[in-house]
Design a protein around this ligand. Structure first.
Ligand SMILES: NS(=O)(=O)c1cc(-c2ccccc2)cc(-c2ccccc2)c1
Ligand SMILES: [Zn+2]
Length: 227
């Protein structure tokens, strides 16, 4: 595929040139501001299954050049009625020194220092994530906004290993942990919309769920991401 970046010669404005879906009407991310939000009481709490992964299991943490990603295990699933979705990977988005607000979604125009995306595919309808990514209803991504606050030991499961994957394509194995600890408490308070991958190829195949309440990590933990 083409090379793309978040800025510069292959920055976001050039994405639509090489990736047909980018810049489309369904292009994620969104700014959740009140005049586009509509309360929907039929939306149920997100149910997580198998998220408390044993330390005997392992996840692969890798640097893919644009983000740090953690491959997850297929016993991790979520239910968004009426479908079940199997976890594929999670990855983080963050900013850098001169542009520290790196979240992709924002609330009332407010961006956050970082954001976690947990990518799942509809395993009731598709046999693997590749087919699901090509389908309009194939993916469900959970977004967790990150705010600066107290130190968060759960994020150390990932952040404490960043020094070992400083360069693109480096990866290491880490022990399983309870991935639900990365989530906010309220799994019933979230924004929901049908959108796309936020990075090329921007497939419009994502059912987005972004939790309303951010999780807190310390300033030092945020700067681990930015260095
Ligand atoms: N931001 S996102 O959630 O829309 C997203 C989903 C997937 C994704 C991953 C596996 C299967 C299917 C889709 C990959 C990325 C990505 C981020 C940085 C660099 C490269 C790729 C981003
Ligand atoms: Zn993402």
């Amino acid at each position: 595929g083409y090379s793309w970046a978040y800025s510069g010669a292959h920055g976001e404005k050039t994405w639509p040139t090489n990736y047909g879906f980018c810049g489309g009407v369904y292009q994620s991310p969104l700014d959740f501001h009140e005049n586009i939000l509509q309360y929907d009481s039929s939306l149920r709490p997100i149910k997580l299954f198998g998220y408390d992964v044993a330390t005997a299991e392992s996840f692969t943490v890798s640097n893919n050049g644009h983000s740090v990603s953690v491959t997850l295990v297929p016993t991790m699933k979520i239910e968004i009625e009426p479908f079940h979705y199997t976890a594929s990977q999670l990855h983080l988005h963050w900013g850098h020194k001169n542009n520290p607000k790196g979240s992709e979604h924002c609330i009332e125009g407010r961006r956050f220092p970082a954001e976690v995306h947990v990518v799942h595919y509809n395993s009731d309808k598709y046999t693997d994530i590749t087919k699901a990514t090509e389908a309009a209803d194939g993916l469900a991504v959970l977004g967790i906004l990150i705010e600066v606050g107290s130190f968060n030991p759960s994020f150390e499961n990932i952040l404490s290993h960043l020094n070992s994957i400083k360069y693109k394509d480096q990866s290491i194995q880490i022990a399983g942990f309870n991935v639900q600890e990365l989530f906010p408490k309220r799994l019933d308070e979230y924004f929901r919309y049908e959108g796309s991958l936020t990075t090329p190829p921007c497939n419009p195949s994502v059912l987005w769920t972004v939790f309303r309440n951010p999780v807190l990590i310390s300033e030092a933990q945020v700067s681990l991401l930015e260095n």
